[in-house]
Design a binder for this molecule. Structure first.
Ligand SMILES: *Cc1c(COP(=O)(O)O)cnc(C)c1O
Length: 395
């Protein structure tokens, strides 16, 4: 049998690993030595489970979307991560890492954010747990996402605008890493997706795996079987998809479908974020994966109408799943995603995040057979995207 999950060296096939400068070696090694041990402590699990339940609002519903099902000729269930506190799946991971950092004796948190969602999630759990919080954000993104900056500040975080490069996510990530290097003793770096050096991809996937753990139980109760025929999720770095797939990775009867953001389309590589379709193998932010590069090997800016999906890399797990054929990856254009968002809104009364709309846009591309059971993760809610929707649909 093929191995899809991480191996003992921190690799998914040939992807993953920890490509970090000497100065970060100690931080990464300390984390790797502790994360599994702490996550398996009964008192840690009890505390995390209770907060996921009472604070985040888990379990999130698994909702049988009847009108959507009728439209596509399959039984379509929506996993409602949009109903989590702060509006997306991000808190599952931010909360887990924060509790872990506390147990490692850390007193200060740094994070990077692009669209602002992970920054808000991190600032939220830091307020909850009374931790110092510094969020690095590209100066361009600070301007584009000002409401999120205000939310983070109200929550007590220090938001540091980063003026290097294009002032976007990868510049913010570099600064967060630099900060972590300078304060290894007291600081933990909360990465927001299944990216970064080993052990981050595995740690984040485990924190997000609460999604597929719940799907198994809820599907058994509601559909009389714990195995769907299809699992569908969108991919930026890949954390909500990793959480959705996690407990089904080795069950090859379950088809894993990922939706990445194609922007204007994969025939416009300079206006796209379709990393799996267009990326080349390389190292970005500490791990080997697929990366969007221009012809001389420089990291390219990714483009998508969805600010949460325009990352030029992809988690190493997803590079491996795609290259081994375990997952099928569709590149979804802005136009297709926006149409899918409107369709869900009209059919089910749910306004999804534009990120999640990319997953919905895959439905017409799959050829379902009647009776197929499909679980699609709605990673977040659309409130944050209302300006974009209003402009696009001239509301
Ligand atoms: C951040 C975000 C994403 C993309 O991140 P992944 O790590 O790929 O899950 C997707 N959807 C929403 C709503 C987000 O906030």
């Amino acid at each position: 049998m093929k191995q899809y999950n991480i191996d003992e060296n921190g690799y998914y096939g040939r992807f993953g690993g920890a490509y970090v400068p000497e100065i970060l070696q100690k931080n990464v090694t300390e984390l790797k030595a502790n994360y599994l041990k702490i996550m398996q402590e009964p008192s840690f699990k009890t505390q995390l489970d209770q907060l996921l339940h009472d604070y985040v609002g888990r379990p999130t519903p698994l909702y049988l979307a009847e009108r959507l099902s009728e439209r596509y000729g399959a039984e379509i269930y929506l996993k409602r991560e949009d109903l989590c506190h702060t509006g997306a799946h991000k808190l599952n991971n931010a909360l887990g890492q924060l509790l872990l950092a506390k147990r490692m004796g850390k007193t200060r948190i740094v994070a990077e954010t692009g669209a602002g969602q992970h920054g808000v999630g991190t600032a939220t759990v830091c307020a909850l747990m009374n931790m110092e919080c510094v969020v690095y954000m590209g100066a361009t993104d600070v301007e584009r996402q000002y409401l999120k900056v205000q939310r983070m500040r109200m929550l007590g975080a220090t938001v540091v605008p980063v003026h290097t490069g294009n002032g976007t996510l990868k510049d913010a990530t570099n600064e967060a890493i630099r900060d972590w290097c300078c304060h290894p003793e007291n600081t933990h770096y909360i990465i927001g997706s299944v990216v970064g050096p080993d052990p981050y991809p595995d740690m984040v996937a485990r924190f997000q795996s609460v999604i597929s753990d719940e799907i198994r139980q809820q599907l058994l109760q509601q559909a009389g079987r714990s195995k769907p025929d299809y699992l569908i999720a969108c991919i930026g770095g890949g954390s909500n998809a990793a959480g959705t797939f996690y407990h089904y990775l080795d069950n090859e009867e379950v088809k894993l479908i990922a939706a990445e953001a194609a922007g204007d389309g994969i025939d416009h590589p300079d206006r796209s974020a379709a990393t799996i379709h267009l990326g080349r193998e390389g190292v970005l932010h500490g791990s080997r994966s697929l990366v969007m590069m221009n012809d001389d090997g420089q990291i390219a800016e990714a483009f998508s109408i969805s600010a949460g999906l325009d990352y030029p890399g992809i988690g190493p797990l997803h590079a491996h799943l795609a290259k081994t054929g375990r997952s099928t990856v569709y590149a979804v254009t802005d136009q297709e995603a926006m149409a899918a968002a409107l369709e869900l809104t009209k059919l089910e009364g749910i306004i999804p995040a534009i990120e999640s709309a990319h997953a919905l846009a895959v439905l017409p591309k799959c050829r379902f057979q009647s009776g197929d059971v499909v679980v699609l993760t709605v990673s977040g809610r659309g409130d944050k995207d209302m300006n974009t929707y209003a402009d696009y649909f001239k509301l």
